[in-house]
Design a protein around this ligand. Structure first.
Ligand SMILES: [Fe+2]
Ligand SMILES: [Fe+2]
Length: 425
């Protein structure tokens, strides 16, 4: 779900930060009053030139690509610059909190690492794909293509979008390594936090790999443009607004693992309805991994609620006010700057991932962390608790209202499926 961020001013320590504390060093910015909440495609950009001065913005900022002369008078933007970045806030967690995460090393060893599976017990993509060394390989591919021929275009768009999201894995490992107190400081650190991050990445790596190979074999999608989209996406990174804080970071990953569990679960169910049982199995085993990862990340946040309920509830409020942006929100295929919004609309319409799912995930996490029953909070903490506990219903009401007033284009073409048209609403 593409949710525009209002850019909250509350950090993990609950102190609303004044404008001058937040800086941006971009030279050229375009402000966008984004009205994309719950899938609307409208954005109203306002150009603004800024030179080396600090800037605090409520809302989304857009960066512009600066054309470079590549000879013979030809100007080209050689490096793609992502469209939407929020004001960059860094290291909002007070340094003394880093000690808290260091003190949790042994706890993480005993309580988080067991959620990983040993490599020998893990499934591998090849377990679910035609075996290229066998004589029956071509027949197996033929069968796969016959089954995939029945998959509708809107389903393929969702599956491709999910696969591209998984394939941008280097970005997610980077994101985890932005977090103070838990990052992998050497690349082969033996702390339990670092071992978790690397092994989690290694498990996740199988998801994009399997979906990518499957989609390639179907012959139904334009692999070259998909590969370009992956390259653009990894080059753009992501902007989860987690401010190097593991409080914000682990709330974000708890939400995201649940979101991927839901969306892969839905693509599994739909594949079964379309008669592709092998694909249903593929999406199902990926969903099961996501669920296991969700359990690990929610366990970490549960521990934070136990040790530091006030700052944890404030972090949850902060992430929800900023809205959980999807990891692939900077998606671009080299041509269509709205491709992520369009993909989100198709996912919403087909029921692969909807605004209702977003509200349900929040409600699920609030229950999982027993947020309603938290006691001994400061008055600011109680306000955050109240906000978070009522939010899922507010989102559902807003979504209900929004779904009655449908605006924007009814259909769109997608480069990923050779520019065939798909209904958006
Ligand atoms: Fe995944
Ligand atoms: Fe995951």
């Amino acid at each position: 779900m593409a949710l525009a961020s209002p850019g909250s001013g509350i950090c993990a320590t609950a102190v609303p930060r004044p404008a001058r504390d937040r800086s941006s060093c971009m030279n050229c910015l375009t402000l966008a009053h984004s009205s994309r909440a719950f899938g609307s495609l409208r954005t109203t950009p306002i150009r603004l030139w800024v030179s080396s001065r600090r800037l605090r913005l409520r809302g989304t900022v857009m960066t512009a690509a600066i054309p470079v002369d590549v000879g013979n008078g030809v100007k080209e933007a050689t490096l793609y610059v992502p469209q939407e970045l929020h004001t960059q806030v860094t290291h909002s967690m007070p340094p003394e909190k880093i000690e808290l995460f260091k003190s949790l090393e042994d706890w993480a060893e005993e309580n988080v690492l067991p959620y990983l599976k040993s490599v020998e017990k893990c499934w591998q993509p090849q377990d679910y794909l035609p075996e290229p060394s066998s004589e029956g390989f071509l027949d197996e591919v033929k069968e796969l293509r016959q089954r995939a021929a029945e998959l509708p275009d809107d389903y393929l768009v969702c599956l491709v979008g999910d696969m591209i999201t998984e394939e941008a894995l280097p970005t997610y490992q980077t994101m985890l390594n932005t977090l103070d107190g838990v990052r992998d400081v050497t690349g082969a650190s033996l702390t339990s936090w670092a071992r978790w991050t690397r092994a989690w990445t290694a498990e996740e790596n199988r998801h994009g790999d399997l979906l990518n190979k499957y989609l390639y074999l179907t012959g139904r999608v334009d692999m070259r443009v998909i590969e370009k989209t992956i390259q653009y996406l990894i080059g753009s990174g992501m902007d989860p607004q987690t401010e190097n804080s593991p409080y914000l970071g682990f709330i974000y990953t708890s939400f995201q693992e649940r979101a991927t569990f839901v969306s892969h679960g839905n693509t599994a169910r739909q594949a079964k309805e379309f008669g592709d049982f092998k694909l249903a199995q593929i999406c199902g085993i990926i969903a099961a991994d996501e669920r296991r990862h969700e359990n690990a990340y929610t366990k970490i946040v549960e521990k934070l609620f136990e040790l530091d309920p006030d700052d944890t509830i404030l972090a949850l409020e902060d992430m929800m006010r900023k809205k959980i942006s999807m990891p692939a929100h900077l998606m671009y295929d080299g041509n269509d700057r709205n491709i992520f919004d369009k993909f989100s609309l198709v996912a919403q319409r087909t029921g692969v991932y909807t605004a209702k799912d977003y509200a349900d995930i929040l409600e699920h996490l609030v229950k999982r962390w027993n947020v309603e029953k938290l006691s001994g909070l400061s008055s600011r903490g109680q306000q955050a608790q109240d906000y978070v506990c009522k939010l899922a219903n507010r989102i559902r009401k807003l979504e209900e209202r929004a779904s009655r007033v449908k605006k924007g284009p009814k259909t769109a073409s997608f480069s990923w499926i050779f520019n065939r048209e798909v209904a958006l609403q």
